[in-house]
Design a protein around this ligand. Structure first.
Ligand code: GDP
Ligand code: MG
Length: 167
């Protein structure tokens, strides 16, 4: 018997880490060089088939500039899972991710998430050390090195999250 589940999934992370680009890469399979600061909240959808179950992901993506401090509670409410995005070329975005992680756990509880260490195509500008990544793994964070630019690991990260949403 087949089953379809609709799940709200939030994108969380500091400004310009690549949240909008990752959703756009995942949903449409393209990467736009154009810089578009999305206003308000944008909701994209994508179906993922895992065995007999279809996960209909509703991907919530908030306007970037306020994304760290001022994520409204309503943005997080009712979310089933989240993607926590770090910009590998800006180490300070780890602290922002930690803060958002704490906040969403207060709002939504102990729900599934994965961590995307994004912009891994920018090797020359990469700032995360092995020890940073180990520290995240030790906290139990499941991390993916992603690039919205090349597409590397984008599907893998979203699919892993979908798997975690299976009943
Ligand atoms: P948001 O504020 O988190 O939604 O970030 P955006 O998706 O708007 O991306 C911010 C900037 O980083 C834009 O100029 C993107 O083109 C760029 N960007 C996003 N992801 C990547 C990536 O994986 N690699 C590279 N090289 N640039 C990226
Ligand atoms: Mg954005």
């Amino acid at each position: 018997m087949s089953l379809t589940l609709q799940k709200k999934v939030c994108l969380l992370g500091a400004f310009a880490v690549g949240k909008t680009s990752l959703v756009s890469r995942f949903v449409k399979g393209i990467f736009s060089e154009k810089y578009l600061s999305t206003m308000g909240v944008k909701i994209d959808r994508k179906n993922l088939q895992i065995g007999d179950v279809t996960i209909n992901m509703m991907l919530w993506d908030i306007h970037g500039e306020e994304s760290n401090k001022k994520v409204p509670a309503a943005y997080m409410r009712g979310t089933a899972a989240y993607l926590l995005v770090v910009d590998g070329t800006r180490k300070s975005t780890i602290a922002a991710a930690c803060e958002l992680h704490e906040r969403i756990r207060t709002e939504a509880g102990d729900i599934p998430f994965v961590v995307l260490l994004n912009k891994c195509d920018l090797q020359d500008e990469w700032q995360l050390a092995e020890s940073d990544m180990e520290a995240m793994q030790e906290k139990g964070w499941e991390c993916f090195l992603t690039s919205a630019c090349s597409g590397q690991n984008v599907d893998a990260a979203f699919s892993r999250l979908a798997e975690k949403l299976l009943p």
